[in-house]
Design a protein around this ligand. Sequence first.
Ligand code: NAD
Length: 341
Amino acid sequence: MSKKVLVTGGAGYIGSHTIVELSKAGYKPVILDDFRNSDESVLKGLRGIIGRDIELLKGDVSNTALIQSYLRKEAVCGIIHFAANKAVGESVEKPLLYYQNNVEGLVSILKAASEEQNIPFVFSSSCTVYGEPKGQKEVSEQTAKTIPTSPYGFTKWLGEQIIEDLFHSNNQLRLMSLRYFNPIGAHESALIGELPIGKPNNLLPFITQTAAGIHEKLKIFGADYPTVDGTCVRDYIHVVDLAEAHVKALEFLLKQQSGCHEVVNIGTGKGSSVLEVVHAFEKVNNMALNYEFAPNRPGDVIEIYANVDYAEALLGWQAKRSINDAVRDAWRWEQSIRAKE
Ligand SMILES: NC(=O)c1ccc[n+]([C@@H]2O[C@H](COP(=O)([O-])OP(=O)(O)OC[C@H]3O[C@@H](n4cnc5c(N)ncnc54)[C@H](O)[C@@H]3O)[C@@H](O)[C@H]2O)c1
């Protein structure tokens, strides 16, 4: 069997860590990316970890013909589809950009994957499909989905539905939607990590950039929520654990004799508040962080974390790394970026 895995968005944050884990597991990942939200320097970092160059197919995932011609030439045993725009706030300002890239990109790759051969397919979904879960903080795959309020969130909700509809049309396809919770951290080598272009949208890059002196203060939005310390609670998962989940997902699909569309939560099963992450960062890295409280942001989910029983049962996967590991690795990565400047 071919060991080639086509990874769209493989130069990005989660994609690059998945390239490493696929390589470690004996696969030959191929990056399909046009670097619209990443930098080609990631290839050097990957070479440093893996010890060889990773094949690159430079292009837009919406270019179905490009993917079809690649799949006709090369035997590919799996596709992992990360390529998308991911900033919630930006999606409210530029909804068409999000519908075009996230929806058109998904349709394009699915068309190529399902028409050329029946190639196992893993989709990057998100816990955003749960919205603000009513009366419960721990969500399982059975928890009702809510139509997300942001165009970004809606592209993930719709993405799952598109995959489900495709499966109904052809129940021999092998498909999996992984609902990520909140990825943080970086590879322990500090050779790859999250490289936010412009102002970061996620908590950890904001923390590390504040620690590096790029921002004067970290703003924590909301201090009076009904949570352990008044700040929002999320399920923060180390990006390398998340990357390992993709290898397990692919292996599961490769073993299937008949079609499936599985939907699986990928988190740690534990919630941590924003302040807990800030304090973990301070303690592990032995430094004080300048932060202040800012007004609540409308639309922010107050508290959510994953029930991960299904991931354990179906994939034999569970997160192994802690918040402390993640904040240590994120800070090492931030320092390595600054050292190159
Ligand atoms: N990071 C998170 O917090 C998070 C949480 C839940 C889900 N997700 C999803 O996981 C996936 C990966 O997220 P990430 O954090 O690694 O994002 P990222 O922006 O770091 O990586 C995405 C990669 O896709 C590429 N890309 C985007 N559109 C493309 C296109 N049309 N053609 C080719 N390449 C394209 C970008 O250049 C980038 O390298 C996304 O689908 C995102 O929505 C991310």
